[in-house]
Design a protein around this ligand. Structure first.
Ligand code: ZN
Ligand code: ZN
Length: 103
């Protein structure tokens, strides 16, 4: 099963198409833009507490048969964060000083 390429930042709703270099994901595929990860979330996923990594770009070209963004298209389901700003801030305060590999 392919990584789910979600279409937007959960925090600010910015579009993040499959070739976006600024898309960031956690291990659960929660998806945010780099600016929100750096400035609002401080590398703490508000849904799971994990860190983020750049989302790989899915190739537009079918270099190998049956694998490309046309064959495994991005999700069209926009996702919106359900946490309140207070909930985000309190988790960030508890977690952001712990390196992701020790969370
Ligand atoms: Zn954002
Ligand atoms: Zn997460």
């Amino acid at each position: 099963m392919a990584l789910q390429l979600r279409p937007n930042c959960e925090y600010c709703d910015k579009d993040l198409p499959p070739d976006a270099t600024e898309a960031r994901i956690c291990s659960y595929e929660c998806t945010f833009c780099a600016e929100c990860v750096d400035t609002k979330l401080r590398n703490v996923c508000p849904n799971c507490g994990g860190g983020f990594t750049p989302r790989p770009v899915r190739p537009a070209t079918e270099w190998r048969k049956g694998v490309s963004v046309a064959h495994q298209p991005p999700s069209d389901q926009r996702v919106h964060l359900k946490r309140t700003p207070d909930e985000i801030a309190s988790l960030r305060a508890r977690v952001s000083d712990v390196p992701p590999e020790r969370r």
